[in-house]
Design a protein around this ligand. Structure first.
Ligand code: DGL
Length: 274
C-alpha cells in the first residue's frame, strides 16, 4: 500500500481527460494536477522549449513526493523524451499506451493520429505504432485549433463552428479510410462526441488520457503502489495563471465543481522561474 499521490501534468486543461479516467478507474488514488495555463499551448513550440517546460513541470510535481508521474500531454510525451527519461519515479506518457490500444482496435491496419504540430512532426506516434506493427499505415494530422476550442469551452455538441473545424481536420483521415483514430492530444477527448459525430460510429476513437491511466493502473498494481482500498481519492489542482477560467471549464469537462481545490501557485511560478 502506498498513500503518496499521483502527479499529472499538462499544458492546460487537456490532462483533465486523464483525471476523469482516474476518478473512474483509480478511485482510491490522490491526484496532484498541474496545468501550465500561463504557457499553453505547448504544441506549436520548439523541441527545446517543450523540453524546458516539461522539466519545470516535473520539478514542480516532484516537490509533492509523487509515487508516479504522468505526462497527460501528447506533446510532452512525444517531444520531451530527454526530460521524461530522467524522472526517478515510475513514469507514464500517453504515446505508448495509445498506440498499443490503436493497434489492438484496428481491423484494416489504417490508423489516423490527431495531435499537435509538435507531436505529429516528432514522428513519435508513427515510430511507436510501427514498433508494434510494422505493416500498419499511419495518417497523421496536426490540429492546433482544437486545443484553443477546448481551452475556450467550445466543446458543446451543437457548436457548428467547432464541428466544421473538426470536419476539415478529419477529412484526410476519412479519405484515407482509417478505421481507428488516436486522439493523440489530451485536449481532444473533450471533443470526442463532436469528433465521433463527424467520423460516424464505424471509426474507433482512442482516448490518450484514458489509455495512459490504464497503463498507470497496471504499473501501480505490478509495483505494489496502490493506495488503501478504503481511501476515497482526492484531487488538488495547481495552475500557473489565474484559476477562474480553469475552474469554470473544468466543471464542464469533469462534471463536478473543483473550484475550491484549484490554486494559482506562486510555488509553481517559483519552481518555474526561480
Ligand atoms: N494537451 C496537450 C497535448 O496532449 C498539449 C496541447 C498544447 O498545449 O498545445 O499535446
Amino acid at each position: 500500500m502506498d498513500t503518496r499521490p499521483i502527479g499529472i501534468f499538462d499544458s492546460g486543461l487537456g490532462g483533465l481527460s486523464a483525471v476523469k479516467a482516474v476518478f473512474q478507474n483509480l478511485p482510491n488514488e490522490d491526484i496532484i494536477y498541474f496545468g501550465d495555463t500561463q504557457r499553453v499551448p505547448y504544441g506549436s513550440r520548439s523541441e527545446k522549449t517543450i523540453e524546458a517546460f516539461a522539466r519545470e513541470d516535473i520539478a514542480f510535481l516532484e516537490q509533492f513526493g509523487c509515487k508516479l508521474i504522468m505526462a497527460a500531454c501528447g506533446t510532452v510525451s512525444s517531444v520531451a523524451v530527454n526530460a521524461t527519461s530522467k524522472i526517478k519515479e515510475p513514469f507514464v506518457g500517453v504515446v505508448k499506451p495509445s498506440c498499443v490500444a490503436a493497434v489492438k482496435a484496428t481491423k484494416n491496419g489504417r490508423i489516423g493520429v490527431m495531435a499537435t504540430s509538435a507531436s505529429i512532426n516528432s514522428g513519435a506516434y508513427d515510430r511507436e505504432i510501427h514498433r508494434i506493427d510494422p505493416q500498419a499505415r499511419i495518417f497523421g494530422v496536426s490540429c492546433p485549433v482544437l486545443v484553443t476550442l477546448v481551452e475556450n469551452n467550445w466543446i458543446d455538441e451543437d457548436n457548428y463552428i467547432s464541428k466544421e473545424i473538426i470536419r476539415r481536420y478529419i477529412k484526410p483521415l476519412l479519405d484515407a479510410d482509417v478505421d481507428t483514430v488516436i486522439l493523440g492530444c489530451t485536449h481532444f477527448p473533450h471533443l470526442a462526441p463532436i469528433i465521433q459525430s463527424v467520423t460516424g460510429e464505424g471509426v474507433t476513437l482512442i482516448d490518450s488520457g484514458f489509455e495512459a491511466v490504464m497503463q498507470a493502473k497496471k504499473l501501480l498494481f505490478e509495483n505494489g503502489l496502490e493506495n488503501d482500498k478504503s481511501h476515497i481519492g482526492t484531487a488538488k489542482y495547481f495552475v500557473s495563471d489565474k484559476t477562474q477560467n480553469f475552474s469554470v471549464i473544468a466543471k464542464t469537462l469533469l462534471g463536478t465543481d473543483i473550484s475550491d481545490n484549484v490554486t494559482f501557485s506562486e510555488t509553481a511560478r517559483q519552481a518555474i522561474y526561480g
